[in-house]
Design a protein around this ligand. Structure first.
Ligand code: PSU
Ligand code: MN
Length: 308
């Protein structure tokens, strides 16, 4: 019988699926506590789980509750995280401190990858990954998500990187670290709210089975690290390129004026952009997560067939 790490608390349904090599999809919780407002965040988190089930996989939302690494949350726990009182944003560096002090934490892409990997989950669905921030040449603000992708064996399904980041530098960073950028039915790197960014992906995938094969090969070859699976937002929910970029620009100016930096910057920008676009960006954000959940569950299904 497989031994799981003693700090993990894996929901029985998920543990059973993992032991039987059935498809499981990890989900993060920073998007719930710090990425979307209440109560839309609860609604979204629950609906994403439903979509994953409809597509043949089991959802595992990840968070830290009272210092326990939770793999799979119940509705009450999701609501608790969504209300966001005293929920820390936890990335790799924070993880041991939050556990040691029995605190509550919402996991970012980086820490969700770590916990997913400890549980043996290979596919993780989210909205957008962190990256190299604009002006990082001066600020050095580069998300720990990128380093994590270079070390931890999990495929991250997202809608690309947001234009709050320097997309070009983000892609250079991934290349240096040997992290492949795959586009789902697209040659172009999507930019979260829009399908276009002006940058190409490394590999276009039209059939998820092919992606599952390459993932298996990567890890069979002991090539450590994850991959970025970029799935563009559906056309009908895409935002106007100029409108969203203007909103991003304005939000960046405001953040600069207020001196907002470090881990606060992404949540601040998301909420500003939502205000400026009168909620339109939130609607797009929710829809792209649903779309990623569909692709991620199919990927988990195909991958599990190969690893049986
Ligand atoms: N991008 C989003 N929504 C989010 C995040 C990014 O559109 O909620 C969150 C993710 O959890 C990601 C984190 O891992 O922000 C990156 O934060 P930082 O740049 O501080 O590493
Ligand atoms: Mn940062």
């Amino acid at each position: 019988m497989k031994e799981f790490n003693k700090y993990l608390d894996i929901k029985p349904e998920i543990k059973k699926a993992l032991l039987e090599n059935r498809p499981v999809v990890a989900l993060e919780s920073t998007i719930i506590s710090h990425g979307m407002p209440y109560p839309k965040n609860v609604e979204t988190a629950l609906k994403v789980e439903e979509i994953i089930r409809e597509n043949g996989a089991i959802p595992a939302t990840i968070a830290i509750i009272n210092g326990v690494l939770k793999v799979g949350l119940d509705k009450e726990e999701i609501k608790y995280l969504a209300k966001g009182n005293d929920i820390k944003k936890v990335s790799r560096r924070d993880l041991p401190f939050i556990v040691a002090n029995k605190l509550n934490g919402a996991t970012t892409v980086a820490s969700t990858m770590i916990i997913a990997s400890l549980a043996g989950i290979k596919v993780f669905v989210t909205g957008g990954i962190g990256g190299v921030h604009k002006n990082a040449q001066q600020t050095f603000d580069i998300s720990a998500d990128l380093e994590e992708l270079s070390k931890t064996d999990v495929a991250v399904v997202c809608a690309g990187a947001k234009a709050i980041l320097d997309i070009g530098l983000t892609l250079e960073y991934l290349e240096t670290n040997g992290v492949a950028l795959v586009g789902i039915k697209t040659d172009e790197m999507p930019a979260f709210y829009t399908r276009k960014s002006g940058f190409e992906v490394d590999y276009r995938i039209d059939d998820i089975k092919d992606l599952a094969k390459s993932m298996k090969l990567k890890w069979d070859l002991k090539l450590k690290g994850g991959l970025v699976v970029a799935n563009p937002i559906p056309h009908e929910f895409e935002m106007d390129y100029n409108v969203i970029n203007k909103a991003i620009e304005d939000a960046l100016i405001k953040a600069d004026k207020k001196g907002i930096k470090g881990k606060e910057i992404t949540p601040f920008l998301l909420s500003e952009i939502k205000e400026i676009t009168k909620g339109k960006s939130l609607k797009s954000n929710i829809e792209l997560v649903y779309n990623n959940a569909r692709v991620g569950s199919k990927l988990a299904v195909e991958y599990s067939k190969l690893s049986k």
